[in-house]
Design a protein around this ligand. Structure first.
Ligand code: HEM
Length: 500
């Protein structure tokens, strides 16, 4: 939650005292109800403040606070955020049940849905489970995320990664100064996603990147407007205002690009392969413009930062674990040799790389908290949920659960030795490990995300030795995506044979 919460709370306490009398009966109907049936009990809950409940206790790193609370109150625990009750789940066994439960296939509404997406009837990310969601998800899969499309966009990935390697090589030949890897990875990832979505017809990538960062930051905020809706119109923390600004930037970008493509297609001008071109030419005049904008917004928000952040954390762990770095470099030397860079075909020959990436995603899940909402009444694990109940699965806590993992805080890729294959096996499942979620709403971009992450990590580790300028701060910055709090800086030295 934003640090301004205390100020907000003071204002809220005063407003709430008055509002309570009028608003409470109305709000109670909307509030999540747990354990209402006689034979059902509610999950244990930590005590909270009147009105605000546990909102203030979440702090700036809610995933960590919630893990601590779960140690005391259990891995299925109720918390109260203003007037909304939310069930927090932090064990693998319980997470499986909730994420795979057909009733828990909606996302909660609130400001994010209203201002940061095109609503619950459009797109994928925030869309209500049903026909529109299914059609939009299928459009994403067939025009962007299928195995065939991932192969088709391989040239794009290669071109953008080569550009990054070229600039790093230049830096390595130069003054032995640290490069900002966080920035470089974010730009590269954004360039890949923009090129795939929009072709060459798009605006300034730096502005889009800033907008995506702001969107993922805002989407992760425990937003007081959602939990105390009767004061939402005051927008005390300014979140709504910032969300509207993000939506405006996105919307004008999408309008411009769609217009350009429509003109080209109408005039019979050949356009390069891109998601927009592909959707527009397959649907002709039948396409729903708002739905197309929603799909673009969802994929750019969910798809660009996620891969960059995963690579960043993986490199951070490798740089602070020289034994693992050396072992991975050895694997690359044997599989690829020192005379050339890595190619995508090399990836299946790199089992240790796979273990390293899994271990990094276990400790640093890009999406630390997965939100879901019940679309009908259901009973799970002895608890009863009414339609509209909210559940949040804490992937970060699951990855560090001592009941699932030996020495859970240690970075030790060998723990995955002998596991059945890639992290995408069985819905992205390894015991205790769900980095892409599960069930009907699991991540549709898993294969594309993993392909990029594997390829970039392999190249950076194979082509360069890395040196940290000082001790590496591993603090996190909470948002919809869990990024590094401080950018990753490191000094590269080119390690392939000259001329390669
Ligand atoms: C390393 C990379 C990635 C990670 C770790 C990741 C993780 C996740 C997770 C945990 C969810 C929530 C799943 C659930 O509710 O069970 C999700 C949803 C989603 N992801 Fe990803 N993701 C990645 C890359 C991508 C990419 C590249 C795209 C597309 C370009 C993408 C598009 C989406 C979409 C559209 C959803 C919403 C699915 C729905 O609600 O039906 N993701 N992702």
């Amino acid at each position: 939650m934003a640090p301004d919460t205390l100020l907000v709370a003071i204002a809220v306490a005063a407003a709430a005292a008055a509002a309570r009398f009028f608003a409470l009966p109305l709000l109670r109907k909307k509030t999540t109800q747990i354990g209402r049936g006689e034979s059902f009990r509610p999950p244990p809950s930590p005590p909270g403040l009147p009105i605000l409940g546990n909102l203030l206790a979440l702090g700036t790193l809610p995933h960590q606070t919630l893990r601590k609370l779960a140690e005391a109150y259990g891995t299925v625990m109720g918390i109260k955020l203003g007037f909304v009750r939310v069930v927090m789940v932090s064990s693998f066994a319980a997470a499986q049940k909730f994420l795979r439960e057909p009733a828990f296939t909606n996302r909660p509404g609130g400001d994010v849905t209203v201002y940061l997406t095109y609503g619950q009837q459009k797109g994928v990310l925030a869309s209500e489970y049903g026909d529109t969601w299914r059609e939009s998800r299928n459009l994403c899969l067939s025009h962007m995320l299928s195995t065939r499309k991932i192969q088709a966009f391989r040239g794009v990935r290669n071109e953008k990664i080569q550009r990054l390697l070229g600039s790093l090589k230049k830096a390595a030949e130069g003054s032995h100064k640290p490069v900002d890897l966080s920035e470089a990875l974010a730009s590269m990832s954004m360039a890949i996603v923009c090129r795939i979505l929009f072709g060459k017809v798009h605006g300034d990538e730096a502005t889009i990147q800033k907008t995506v960062r702001e969107a993922t930051q805002l989407a992760g905020v425990f937003n007081i407007n959602d939990y105390l809706p009767f004061i939402g119109f005051l927008d005390l923390n300014g979140v709504r205002r910032r969300m509207k600004a993000v939506r405006r930037v996105y919307d004008s970008l999408f309008e411009e690009v769609i217009d350009k493509y429509c003109r080209s297609l109408n005039e019979g001008v050949k356009v390069e392969d891109s998601v927009i071109a592909s959707i527009l030419s397959s649907m002709g005049t039948q396409y729903d413009r708002v739905n197309l904008k929603a799909i673009l917004m969802d994929t750019i928000t969910a798809g660009s930062d996620s891969s960059a952040i995963t690579v960043e954390w993986t490199l951070s762990e490798l740089l602070t674990h020289p034994r693992v770095m050396r072992k991975l470099q050895q694997e690359l030397e044997e599989a690829v040799g020192m005379d050339r860079m890595v190619e995508e075909e090399d990836l299946p020959k790199l089992p240790y790389l796979e273990m390293v990436i899994k271990e990094s995603m276990r400790l640093h899940p890009v999406i630390p908290l997965i939100p879901r909402q019940a679309r009908e009444d259901c009973v799970i694990g002895g608890f009863q949920f009414e339609k509209g109940s909210q559940v949040v699965v804490n992937l970060w806590a699951m990855g560090r659960d001592p009941n699932e993992w030996v020495n859970p805080d240690a970075f030790y890729p060998e723990r995955f030795e002998g596991s059945s294959g890639g992290a995408e096996d069985r819905d992205g499942l390894e015991p205790g490990f769900l980095p892409f979620g599960a069930g009907n709403r699991r991540c549709p971009g898993m294969q594309m995300g993993l392909t990029t992450v594997r390829f970039v990590v392999a190249q950076l580790v194979h082509c360069f030795d890395w040196e940290l300028p000082g001790e590496l701060d591993m603090s996190e910055k909470f948002g919809l995506s869990l990024a590094r709090a401080k950018n990753l800086l490191a000094v590269p030295t080119y390690r392939l044979r000259p001329g390669s």
